[in-house]
Write a protein that binds this ligand. Structure first.
Ligand SMILES: [Mn+2]
Length: 341
């Protein structure tokens, strides 16, 4: 930090926010996951880590809520070019699968089954890479967070974090419930992340979902019958706000469902689409930026310990959009939450 003046013009150094930390002296390590294989509607989120890193250079480091806490150290794990090229290859297969399913072919049809197998293998390899990278830092006593990529990418991080802490509670902010079993035949679909976590991560004690407004009947049944899952549907949140309940009271209810240690999985489409115009599967409704920041700061001020997080589904297909800028600001806020006060 010696030669670093946070008030000066920012000099890009390959790190998020151009901070002068490395993976040895940083307290929080950010892993980029340039991966976008199973997105179902619009692709593009594989480019998010790069776009967010660029936009992060515009973020003022001094924070209204947390002052100079960044001095504790936010470091950036080296960018994984291999993951990006593997994502591009697997995406070509995935698009074939999706277009064949859309004309009514069965996932057992041989023209689908073979590429599907290839895609599922690629996704497993990506999960393993993220898991091992995260574990290596967690073993050194660091906190770890992930910048996606689509919502399949944090699987390995969630697993490694759960193993490290012995139990894990997740605050999941999203438009979608993500409880679909192997959506479109993809075992590790972005639409299945919470289904996979609920079923595979035995250390999971609680999944609290906020902003959910897009789900199928099967997903609603899972929500209704699994007592580890509490869902604050977007419609209920907004009905309550319209009828006079305060956002503070709703945040308190959300907070009360969670233990002290929490992991946050933030899909940018949990926000209203005006804040994430390029995201893969936007849905009207959702939280405002200020509501989300209020909730995050509320959790911290209520004494929660944020043990890790992911920020996923940001996309900046249109270079002039504000998506990456908003993503970078949320990445910064979430990073600060992880640092010890
Ligand atoms: Mn989503």
């Amino acid at each position: 930090m010696e030669n670093f003046n946070p008030n000066d013009i920012c000099v890009p150094n390959g790190n998020y926010f151009a901070l002068p930390f490395d993976t040895d002296n940083g307290e929080l390590i950010l892993i980029s996951a340039p991966w976008d294989v199973t997105t179902s509607y619009r692709a593009g989120t594989a480019k998010a880590p790069d776009a967010i890193l660029d936009a992060s250079l515009q973020v003022d480091l001094y924070d209204y809520d947390f002052g100079k806490i960044y001095e504790k150290g936010i470091a950036t794990h080296p960018f994984d070019e291999d993951m990006l090229s593997e994502s591009k290859k697997a995406r070509v297969h995935a698009e074939k699968v999706i277009s064949r399913l859309e004309i009514g072919l069965s996932s057992k049809d041989w023209t689908i089954a073979k590429p599907l197998e290839h895609i599922n293998e690629s996704c497993e390899k990506m999960n393993k890479t993220i898991y091992e990278t995260a574990k290596s830092y967690l073993d050194k006593g660091k906190k770890v967070a992930l910048v996606g990529g689509d919502h399949s990418t944090p699987y390995g991080l969630i697993k490694a974090t759960a193993e490290k802490y012995g139990e894990i509670a997740i605050l999941h902010i999203d438009a979608h419930a993500d409880l679909r079993k192997a959506y479109e035949g993809f075992t590790y679909s972005h639409a299945s992340i919470m289904y996979n976590v609920v079923n595979d991560v035995k250390e999971l004690t609680q999944l609290t979902q906020v902003g959910i407004r897009d789900f199928c009947e099967d997903e609603k049944n899972i929500i209704d019958t699994n007592d580890k899952i509490t869902t604050f549907f977007d419609r209920d949140i907004h009905n309550n706000l319209f009828e006079g309940e305060t956002w503070e009271k709703i945040c308190k209810k959300i907070c009360d469902t969670l233990p002290k240690n929490i992991y946050i999985s933030l899909d940018i489409d949990g926000l209203s689409p005006e804040y994430c115009t390029n995201t893969g599967t936007p849905v009207p409704g959702g939280l405002s930026y200020n509501e989300l920041v209020y909730l995050l700061v509320f959790l911290k001020k209520s004494g929660k310990n944020i043990i890790g997080f992911d920020l996923v589904e940001v996309s900046q297909i249109d270079e002039n959009s504000v998506d990456a800028n908003i993503g970078a600001r949320l990445l910064y806020k979430l990073s600060l939450l992880c640092l010890e006060q």
